[in-house]
Design a binder for this molecule. Sequence first.
Ligand code: FAD
Ligand code: SF4
Length: 504
Amino acid sequence: CRHLVVVLGDQLNRDASAFDGFDPALDRVWMCEAAEESTHVWSSQQRTVQFLAAMRHFAQALRGEGLPLHYETLREGGLADALREAIAHWRPARLRLTQPGDWRVLQALRAAAGDTPLDITEDRHFLCSSARFAAHARGRRQLRMEFFYREMRREHGVLMDGDQPCGGAWNYDADNREAFGPNGPGFLPPPTRFEPDAITREVIALVQQRFADHPGQADPFGWPVNRAQALQALQVFIDERLPHFGRWQDAMWTGEPWLYHAHLAAALNLKLLNPREVIAAAEAAWRGGRVPLESAEGFIRQILGWREYVRGIYWLRMPDYAEQNALAAPHDLPAWFWTGDTPMRCLADAIGQTLRHGYAHHIQRLMVTGLFALLYGVQPQQVHAWYLSVYVDAVEWVELPNTLGMSQYADGGLLASKPYIATGRYIERMSDHCRGCRFDPGQRTGERACPFTTLYWDFLLRHEARFASHPRLALQVKNLARIGPAEREAIVARADAVRAGSVA
Ligand code: FAD
Ligand code: SF4
């Protein structure tokens, strides 16, 4: 054939640039379910179902359009070997591939292409190209999301009145981030879940059989797996949850995994949705008076700001980015991260829902699981492998900077301006988890000391010299001065006991 167009599992958009100029008489699409994509990190069953089910639905749509497609159902081994075989079989003059979301996959496919020319085309799904981000980064001593976000707002005319931000401010976070209070969230809109059709049911059975020893569960599964479902999920979110998104963005509640979040990250990352249509829908809801500005702005900032920003950093800094460990964190990830079996209620809840649904919201990822790993001193590459495995929305370009940079500070402050550290008091304030927990977030030593609180002080002790004059952390470090030698010893001993597993 003329062109063999390679479509990966997170490239399920028909308007992708690799399809430009596609001629069904000359060209052919190639898709492959390679088992290695689920085993190079120990991908959870929900995540694998999400990818395979969405791929099969996309393939069905391509066939419906009459496009010649060679689709390989689950095969052992990697994508590269499969592509080599496909090249030998179809003998294409050229290969075409939209820029992948994973540096490792790009290298593997480049190598597999061999002598066949491989055109890597720009991923137009994103509003900011890698080249545009590199231009933003050039000459800056420090990268900060907020400045990048303002550039994107101006450049794309999002929430702008002429050259001024709507409402007069760029950021309304001061009005967001409340906790639910003692009585909890009250009525919550139900999540948008989709009954698996025959294609998805077949994938669930396949995953249960082939990946039985992988974390979590394949069933029940209710995520959008095609564009129509993703559009429906978007609409329901805008109507029912976006009005309250900002206010409750950081709140947590035991047994309530969905709250007022969008649950759209997987649909976006697999390209079932375009970020432009998501941003436009949120802005239109505000302009139509259906949503407060702080909710619309807070939500849009996640997509136009954070999502584009972390992708920019990923492509700017890979492959070295993945290897960093600025705080020299040495420990193994506790085994209960893979089961949720821990008496720490906040962690049991966040990990439990993660394994059940492949989902936890941002604050659960950042300030529960991520915070614990950071304070504990888990080697960042192990934390990265966990996050890449367990979430239905996990693709490396977005997962890695969030994990290594934002949550573990392993890049030494490139992505986030300070390590996000807190005691158990933060979790107590933002949730009801501590109420039923055997630990006390107000205590750092003693039998009932909350491991977060102990490890927080232990973290400051270990990194006192590094952060003593850090502009945003110095104040926290200063508090160490009030702790005498005996108490310091007790903190370290208790932290060691937490790591030894004799506390929790
Ligand atoms: P909402 O909270 O409703 O936010 C709306 C949308 O904004 C999301 O769908 C997502 O597309 C985008 N978004 C929000 N925050 C971020 C962010 N920090 N970076 C990039 N996009 C963002 N997001 C992923 O898509 N994939 C990942 O693998 C992933 N791993 C993460 C790992 C860690 C340690 C942390 C702290 C965050 C991670 N995030 C990841 C970011 C964020 O937590 C998820 O995007 C979000 O929780 C998904 O749920 P939602 O769709 O309900 O999002
Ligand atoms: Fe989590 Fe500590 Fe609260 Fe228990 S006391 S729920 S471990 S923060």
